[in-house]
Design a protein around this ligand. Structure first.
Ligand code: UD1
Length: 344
């Protein structure tokens, strides 16, 4: 029997890449998405790549009864991967209540549905943002959780606490929280990728849009960090590597006999790369010259953060495999693909 997996936010950036990996593993997928930051064409991309079209329900998880209806309709859901959430740091500072309402209520409704419909397993999308500016590097899962520097980051911390408390009272459930470092890149087919609305906040979409001529110049935030070249350091992980980790996490939960578990894993490469190194790697691999300038630090940014991946490597048996140049090339190919598609 194929396990049925419910993927919330399954038409989003990381969600859509994960849906492909689940379908390619022979799993049945039901997507819930309210399409607030994605569109239905993503389903065509998923079908083109995998040869299978996932079930799709346009539902807002803040709506409890519509959420429950999905569980009524697809009985036999064995696990949930919960991606659906607001994720823009700056926006969360301007609209904190929207972030708390959306990110917390969605999780609470899903946990209620798990209880009511007997769904035992959940994988949660968390972030390395929970570590803030870490005391030591690389960051292990045991590192202390710092006060969040944005409402967005706080929703990730609170959601993890909600999950932990819920698990303690539900011996039948298993939860894995995956703390992503910086997911970048696109599917190697270039048929799905990240689709930022408006001006991108994140580095790599800004780079590809600048190279394509949509943005005039990339601002490199900070040149006086205490790093070898003065720019900030992150752990950039290929989105397909990241997607595969979800399949491994789902298998782990499905095979787990002893429940009542809440586990946390860092998902990164273990390698810190500076903004200037990313720019060089992009130029080398694509042959595109980037127009950029050094500017002041961006408020709220940490100097450097990269993962200790030993726990994920040893316990999950998962490892990020793709190199940075291959990953940046995939982001560039995706940028070209969507721009070309928009003009045809
Ligand atoms: C951000 C969030 C993080 C979230 C992640 C995924 C903050 C503080 N953290 O990570 O919580 O999980 O996005 O969405 O916002 N940079 C530039 N120029 C740009 C854009 C970025 O130099 O135009 C630099 C940044 O200063 C940073 C690096 O590139 O050093 C990566 O930035 P970004 O892609 O925005 O991710 P984070 O800020 O690391």
């Amino acid at each position: 029997m194929k396990p049925t997996i419910l993927v919330t936010g399954g038409t989003g950036y990381i969600g859509s890449h994960t849906v492909i990996e689940l379908l390619e593993e022979g799993m049945e997928v039901v997507i819930i998405d309210n399409l607030s930051n994605s569109n239905l064409e993503v389903l065509d991309g998923i079908e083109d790549i995998s040869g299978k079209r996932p079930h799709f329900e346009k539902v807002d998880l803040r709506d409890r009864s519509s959420t429950f209806e999905v569980f009524e309709k697809y009985s036999g859901i064995e696990a949930i991967i919960h991606f659906a959430a607001f994720k823009a740091v700056g926006e969360s500072v301007e609209k904190p209540l929207a972030y708390y309402e959306n990110n917390l209520l969605s999780l609470i409704h899903l946990l209620e549905a798990m209880k009511k419909y007997g769904v035992p397993n959940l994988v949660f999308s968390s972030s390395c943002t929970v570590y803030g500016e870490p005391d030591s590097l690389p960051v292990t899962e045991e590192a202390s959780i710092k006060k969040a520097n944005s409402p967005y980051g706080n929703t990730k911390q609170i959601c993890e606490e909600i999950l932990q408390d819920t698990i303690e009272s539900s011996p039948e459930n298993g939860v894995i929280s995956l703390r992503y470092f910086n997911p970048i890149g696109a599917h190697p087919s270039a048929k799905i990728g990240e689709l930022p609305i408006g001006v991108p906040n994140n580095l790599v979409p800004f780079i590809t849009q600048t190279a394509f001529g949509i943005r005039e110049q990339l601002n490199v935030f900070g040149q006086d960090y205490n790093t070898p070249d003065g720019s900030a350091i992150r752990d950039y992980i290929n989105v397909v590597d990241l997607a595969r980790a979800h399949v491994v996490a789902i298998r782990r939960l499905l095979e787990q006999k002893q429940k009542s578990s809440f586990e946390v894993f860092n998902l990164g490469t273990g390698k810190g790369i500076s903004v200037l190194e990313i720019i060089r790697a992009f130029e080398n691999t694509t042959g595109q010259k980037l127009n950029y300038r050094m500017v002041d630090r961006r408020e709220g940014d940490v100097e450097q953060v990269y993962a200790d991946t030993a726990f994920a490597n040893n316990e999950l048996g998962w490892k990020a495999e793709k190199g940075i140049e291959e990953t940046l090339l995939s982001a560039w190919n995706w940028e070209k693909y969507i721009r070309l598609k928009a003009t045809t």
